[in-house]
Design a protein around this ligand. Structure first.
Ligand code: FAD
Length: 288
């Protein structure tokens, strides 16, 4: 299939891009890496009047440390994230998640902003944003606002971003020194979207868990923070029994849907299995 006709604009500043989005009154789409948008256009599942291409706005591609956070410009490519030294040191969970995203050509074009704005429930970056309590910065006609992960994802492929807003930055808190992270995922083939994925982080002092973070991919319409499972670890520590109880609780917390890839029951089962695996691996890393 070929895409329907659209006007094409390639602004060089965010202000220009915002003015273009306003001109089309909600009927234009932002083009980032195109790895999700172009298939949607080709299948004619999306028919915007115009595309506003962000690829010629250099100010949107960067990775910086700031006040305990790592800030990534929306147009930072997944492939850049995979090899960046700040990400390797401060955001090991994001680095690990990136290796699960599609295949090399997809990561070469695909961007962090595009992946989060697209809000595929099986994608890895939304799960990482949720697990680490990250936030995004959106700019629109009314100015700039910061949206925490918990207020961003509404349902399948839907966020709280307005059609005339651009996601300009992703902010993730740097991982505490000595913490362990793991992203465990089950997909039919490497590079496929997750049937279920679990993003985990554990900080500890001895057997005591000072901070646990768990979030899902593919186990419902939006990434889900598994707070009640985290609380078990923070209360009971990091022994086998506590990990087992947290994994069981995680499976109870999700309400996945059935689709052609997997039944809801199978996804719930995977949630428990992958939570257990992610926690054990994260703990191993935390122990050095
Ligand atoms: C074969 C294949 C396998 C894949 N496997 C995976 C996988 O395993 N895991 C995974 O996470 N992803 C996977 N992807 C998707 C890939 O990660 C995409 O790159 C990503 O979902 C979208 O990023 P993009 O930069 O390409 O955005 P685009 O495709 O350009 O845009 C996607 C959507 O987000 C909007 N958008 C983009 N940027 C912004 C912004 N800055 N502000 C506001 N709105 C914006 C667009 O308007 C569009 O609606 C796969 C893709 C393919 C084709």
């Amino acid at each position: 299939m070929k895409p329907p006709k659209f006007d094409y604009h390639a602004p060089t500043t965010v202000d220009e891009a915002l003015a273009l989005l306003q001109r089309y009154g909600g009927d234009a789409k932002v083009l980032a890496g195109g790895q999700s948008l172009m298939p949607l256009l080709n299948f004619r599942l999306s028919r915007p009047a115009a595309l506003v291409d962000l690829n010629r706005i250099p100010a949107l591609a960067y990775i910086r440390e700031h006040d305990g956070q790592v800030r990534l410009g929306a147009m930072t490519r997944q492939r850049t994230i995979e090899f960046d030294s700040i990400v390797a040191r401060k955001l090991p969970l994001l680095r690990e998640a990136t290796r699960w995203v599609g295949h090399l050509p997809i990561r070469t074009r695909g961007t962090i902003g595009g992946s989060i704005a697209h809000a595929d429930p099986s994608a890895e970056y939304p799960a990482v944003l949720t697990a680490l309590e990250g936030e995004v910065v959106a700019r629109g006609p009314k100015g700039e606002r910061v949206v925490p992960a918990r207020d961003l994802f509404r349902t399948y492929l839907t966020t709280s971003l307005e059609p005339e807003e651009i996601l300009v930055e992703v902010r993730l808190p740097a991982t505490p020194a000595g913490a362990g992270v793991a992203l465990e995922e089950f997909a039919r083939r490497h590079g496929d979207f997750a049937i279920v994925g679990i993003a985990a982080m554990i900080a500890r002092e001895g057997q005591r868990c000072t901070q646990a973070r768990l979030a899902t991919a593919g186990a419902g319409p939006v990434p889900l923070r598994l707070r009640a499972a985290e609380e078990i670890l923070e209360r009971e520590g990091l022994g086998d029994a506590a990990i087992e109880a947290a994994a069981r609780r995680a499976a109870e917390l999700v309400s996945p849907d059935s689709d052609i890839h997997a039944s809801a029951d199978y996804r719930r089962h995977l949630t428990g299995v992958l939570t257990r695996r992610a926690l054990k691996r994260a703990l191993g890393i935390a122990r050095g």
